[in-house]
Design a protein around this ligand. Structure first.
Ligand SMILES: [Fe+2]
Ligand SMILES: [Fe+2]
Length: 372
């Protein structure tokens, strides 16, 4: 598998509206982002009526010109790099665990276990296996605490996603500051960290469309974020390796949670979500089919968590000060990330060499093309 090469993957279906946009798409020029999902454009742009465009949340990302009778909807490509998955990739994810070897590994794994226990305790959640042979209705199973209902699933997901977006931003910020401070290159780590942070935030934005959390819930998130951001910041200053390992273990838990959620939906135990359409923001972000369901979204989210699991465990295996991020140019696809917990340092080096080889071949091909 060649994996996902950054400048174009994740930009599936990119079409251009003018030569300027086409140029932007080819050059990956972020000042004028690529435009996608364009259909049947026939007339000049529509001047929006009503309140100021600046007050519309999707004004910078989506233009709907249906009202002009042109049947054209344009979704701008407004996000950082992220993979778009094939159906086979979505189903090639396995629940994996990396054995803790060093003292800092064991500390990171224990902290994740403690955080999970704390959250389960506060939210009153206990994972109870349904005893074999018990003939109970869905309502009884939920009442007895064997199954979560859709609202409980959503609360767990929203809380976890609001926290999951913190580490990548902290790591990106600290590495950015270090690069400025020491006046040296960051070895390609910053983008990967920031992409992870945005990816987690998109998970939150997606699930937020299903329910507006209560004031109490928001207060809980505010408190947790205040504590977690500052603690993670301090810990990353002391040991970035232990922090990436911690995130790797946290993402192992996220893969377990979403795998369980998928199994429950497919077994018909969350009937409220069985046929629920995918939110539009998710269709845009993961380039899903227009008729995609929430279940398809959860498969895509689980694949993202698998990427975080793989990337963070791999980064934790590197020399934090001197090594280049092997995923700066491309990432392995889900057939690798879903079945392998991480690259060891020597594997990361081979992967980077392979990327350099691909880059060289591409450069030679372009130079040969330009001569003909
Ligand atoms: Fe997430
Ligand atoms: Fe994640």
């Amino acid at each position: 598998m060649l994996g996902v090469i950054r400048p174009t993957a994740g930009r599936v279906g990119a079409l251009s509206l003018s030569s300027a946009y086409a140029h932007a798409a080819r050059c990956n020029y972020t000042g004028l982002r690529t435009l996608v999902t364009v259909t049947d454009r026939k007339s000049s742009p529509v001047v929006p009526k009503g309140p100021s465009t600046l007050t519309q949340p999707d004004a910078a990302s989506t233009v709907n010109t249906q009202s002009s009778g042109t049947r054209a909807i344009v979704h701008g490509d407004w996000v950082l790099f992220h993979p778009v998955y094939t159906p086979e990739e979505l189903r090639s994810v396995e629940v994996l665990h990396r054995e803790a070897k060093s003292f800092s590994d064991k500390l990171a794994a224990s902290l994740v276990k403690l955080s999970r226990w704390g959250y389960d305790f506060v939210s009153g959640y206990k994972h109870k296996e349904i005893p074999p042979g018990k003939d109970m209705s869905l309502a009884e199973l939920r009442k007895e605490g064997y199954l979560l209902d859709d609202k409980q699933w959503l609360s767990r997901i929203l809380f976890l996603e609001s926290i999951a977006g913190v580490p990548g931003m902290v790591a990106g910020t600290l590495r950015h500051l270090q690069s400025l401070r020491l006046m040296r290159r960051d070895n390609g780590w910053i983008h990967t960290c920031l992409e992870e942070a945005e990816n987690e935030r998109m998970h939150l934005m997606t699930f937020m469309t299903l329910r507006q959390p209560s004031l109490f819930f928001r207060a809980l998130v505010l408190g947790a974020q205040g504590v977690f951001y500052n603690m993670f910041f301090l810990c990353y200053l002391v040991s970035p390796r232990a922090c990436h390992r911690f995130v790797g273990y946290l993402e192992e838990e996220a893969v377990v949670t979403y795998t369980r959620c998928i199994q429950e939906i497919e077994a018909g135990r969350v009937p409220e979500w069985s046929d629920l359409p995918a939110p539009q923001i998710a269709v845009d972000y993961w380039r899903l089919e227009p008729e995609a369901k929430l279940l398809d979204v959860i498969y895509a989210v689980r694949s993202d968590e698998t990427t975080h699991r793989f990337v963070n465990h791999s980064l934790a295996n590197l020399d934090q000060k001197n090594d280049v991020n092997p995923f700066a140019l491309r990432e392995p696809d889900m057939h690798i990330k879903g079945k392998k917990i991480a690259f060891e340092r020597n594997e990361a080096e081979s992967y980077l060499n392979e990327s350099r080889q691909l880059l060289q071949e591409e450069a030679e091909k372009r130079s040969a093309d330009s001569r003909t």
